[in-house]
Design a binder for this molecule. Structure first.
Ligand code: ADP
Ligand code: MG
Length: 240
């Protein structure tokens, strides 16, 4: 589904991604961990071209999306993204937040989008919040709505950038549960997170990034039980 070839990204003189060769198959749940500043967010943001790579290629569903001729908007529709800070539009109701993109991109009529939004809201038990505004919601509710807002576009892959890092501890579970459900249903997912139990339970593969490179990757069991790279051992010893 996604292939990166020698993906590089610099900001000025700062090399943030230093040659990433990675293949993500349809249906995989890839968890990315690594120290702060190692390039995890930049990697995710390059995948859907929120950042323009400095060098290398990204292929998505058989198309080279780093090719200048690619219609970026068409690609982004197929890649849902969820951010640490929710990024809901504060001046729009929950329903409007969810229906905005599908209607704007001409994927659904307003009625269809609203119907779909209500089905998704019901699924997460928040039907009664349709007319509420983001500032009337808890952090966990906001993030679950950000997730279904992305799902409303029928994406082929979901990218999560530390989706629970801004939440109060008691709200982390409800967001991780929803993500685990999506995983169960077969969604292809790339998740940057520090939630190691989630990685252990849900990931098909865990990647460790350090200084702009993926320096180790494995199945969750092997990754946590037999880390080999010294930087990964050190990292795990600090967080586990
Ligand atoms: P992580 O998500 O692993 O913490 P990031 O991908 O956010 O790491 O950042 C990696 C490095 O790139 C950091 O040193 C950060 O300061 C730098 N960086 C990220 N985005 C920008 C930007 N837009 N402009 C300049 N530097 C950036
Ligand atoms: Mg980050």
């Amino acid at each position: 589904m996604i292939v990166t070839k020698n993906l590089k990204k610099s900001f000025g003189n700062l090399m943030v991604l230093n040659g990433i060769d990675e293949t993500i198959q349809k249906g995989e749940k890839v968890v990315v961990i690594g120290p702060s500043g190692s390039g995890k967010s930049t990697f995710l943001r390059c995948l859907n071209l929120l950042e323009t790579p400095t060098d290398g290629e990204i292929w998505f569903e058989g198309n080279n999306i780093t090719d200048k001729k690619t219609d970026i908007n068409k690609i982004r529709r197929k890649m849902g993204m969820v951010f640490q800070q929710f990024n809901l539009f504060p001046h729009l109701s929950v329903l409007e937040n969810i229906t905005l993109a599908p209607v704007k991109h001409g994927i659904m009529t307003k009625e269809e989008a609203e119907q779909k939004a209500m089905v998704l809201l019901k699924r997460i038990g928040l039907s009664e919040k349709a007319k509420s505004y983001p500032n009337q919601l808890s952090g966990g509710q906001k993030q679950r709505i950000a997730i279904i807002r992305a799902l409303a576009m029928n994406p082929d892959v979901m990218l999560f950038d530390e989706p629970t890092s801004a939440l109060d501890p008691e709200m982390v579970g409800e967001v991780l549960d929803l993500m685990a459900q999506l995983a169960e249903e077969g969604m292809t997912m790339v998740v940057v997170t520090h939630e190691m139990r989630f990685a252990q339970k849900v990931a098909t593969r865990v990647l460790f990034m350090d200084e702009g490179k993926i320096v180790e990757q494995n199945t969750p069991d092997a990754f946590f039980e037999n880390p080999t790279h010294p930087r990964l051992k050190e990292f795990l010893s600090k967080i586990l």
